[in-house]
Design a protein around this ligand. Structure first.
Ligand SMILES: C[S@@+](CC[C@H](N)C(=O)[O-])C[C@H]1O[C@@H](n2cnc3c(N)ncnc32)[C@H](O)[C@@H]1O
Length: 414
């Protein structure tokens, strides 16, 4: 028998990975959204039945609030509403404390590493920003009528959202018009260029003032197919929906953290796995200089093509357009590295790639991770091969959401 729709009173326990807290009801675990640890709430069950071992629920009434709760700035957030943000009801300092607890818990549970984690704002800021207006890439889904919105949590149902308060206000106002497409991604670059990526187009597209309009496969529909991103003294071409960090300050924040942790030296041989359009490779190349080498691996063909352009004036960079798995197994990477930098997608590098990395005997590995669970699992594999976590920084590069970015330095145990 379904329990969906049942109202239950809960004492909310700790934060868990995924944007919810843990509570207990009737002998079961309940994952509850829109609440805070220590609160007493009335929650509506959103998933689960009598026989389920756990339930999902959404706090619809707060009986006993705790410090850190605020009125959500976004009118579209809240129980049953937009699934894009998780923590609009929480102040920024508390969001960062909770994210730190999540990273600590994942490290402990999945890698046996006990560590208190402090989450820094972009540039190591103390967390005084408001967490709004930071997102330079937003993918909207179109309703059957072409109106743009964002999905409700764990649903295909689209809620029209205009404006999205975490979006950079400099991006094109795509929600003001209807789109004959399935998805529309609005992009604004650090140089102020505005691009729209439209997926599954089936009609005449609206006319907006844009740098370019591009299909999901990178095909040109109008204007340019790419934007230019600037980091320090370098520019990077990023085509269409190709990967670029979505927070305005993320590229520079992560670059600084990677270079500080990895300490690349002149003449060293370095690998940059999951290199995207070449952000880390370019600056690693500057550090190792003409006598060093950087081997960059990227599997997406558009990103690899962009990387080739972005890195063409750096002869010490060798670009390998392949998956990390194939680049290793085909022998396209070197036998030994001084430093390996890796920045894999959410699933992490996984055991096979970690085993390949340790086989190249690097003295330092810098792991940039967007999912602390995947990071923790991979750290456990590194530990099996004599590599230990030396330092870890965590950054709130996705304010209002449960996402958190980590930069881990992993070194061969002495
Ligand atoms: C999180 S992004 C990092 C990009 C880059 N380091 C940056 O900061 O801009 C991950 C990149 O890995 C690429 N990728 C995904 N799976 C891959 C694989 N198995 N091997 C190599 N690259 C992969 C994606 O196309 C994407 O560009």
């Amino acid at each position: 028998m379904t329990l969906v729709g049942q109202r239950v009173e809960l004492d909310v326990g700790p934060i868990a990975h995924g944007g919810h807290c843990v509570a207990r009801w009737d002998g079961r675990v309940v994952f509850v959204r829109h609440c805070l640890p220590g609160e007493r709430v009335v929650a509506l069950v959103t998933e689960g039945e009598q026989a389920s071992s756990y339930l999902r629920a959404d706090a619809v009434e707060v009986l006993r609030p705790v410090q850190g709760r605020v009125a959500a700035p976004c009118q579209f957030s809240g129980p049953g509403r937009c699934g894009g943000c998780d923590f609009q009801h929480v102040d920024i300092a508390t969001q960062r404390r909770l994210l730190g607890e999540v990273v600590s818990e994942q490290l402990s549970r999945l890698a046996g590493i006990e560590r208190t984690v402090t989450v820094e704002g972009p540039y190591g800021g103390a967390g005084t920003d408001d967490g709004l207006g930071w997102r330079t890439r937003v993918t909207f889904t179109a309703t059957p009528g072409g109106e743009l919105g964002l999905r409700r949590h764990r649903s295909h149902d689209v809620l029209p959202v205009d404006p999205c308060l975490i979006a950079d206000p400099a991006m094109a106002d795509v929600s003001a018009t209807r789109w004959p497409a399935d998805h529309v991604e609005a992009v604004v670059s650090s140089t102020g260029e505005r691009l729209v990526v439209a997926d599954a187009v089936r009609g005449r597209l609206p006319t907006l003032e844009l740098t370019g309009l591009v299909g999901a496969d990178g095909e040109r529909l109008r204007g340019r197919t790419y934007v230019t991103e600037r980091v320090r003294d370098r520019t990077f071409r990023v085509t269409g929906a190709g990967f670029w960090q979505v927070h305005q300050e993320a590229a520079r924040t992560l670059l600084d953290a990677v270079l500080a942790a990895g300490r690349p030296q002149p003449g060293e041989v370095v690998a940059d796995l999951y290199a995207g359009v070449g952000l880390f490779s370019a600056f690693l190349a500057d550090e190792v200089g003409g006598d060093g080498q950087v081997h960059s691996v990227e599997s997406d063909r558009h990103a690899a093509r962009d990387a080739r352009r972005n890195l063409h004036n750096l002869p010490q960079v060798q670009l390998i357009g392949a998956s990390a798995e194939n680049a290793f197994s085909r022998g396209e990477l070197a036998a030994r590295y001084d430093l390996v930098v890796l920045d894999p997608p959410r699933a992490g590098a996984r055991a096979r790639v970690v085993r390949h990395i340790v086989a190249t005997a690097p003295s330092r590995v810098v792991y940039v991770a967007c999912d602390p669970a995947a990071l923790a699992r991979d750290l456990a594999t590194f530990a099996e091969h004599g590599y230990a976590l030396s330092s870890l920084r965590a950054f709130d590069l996705f304010p209002m959401t449960h996402h958190v970015e980590c930069v881990a330095l992993i070194e061969a145990a002495a």
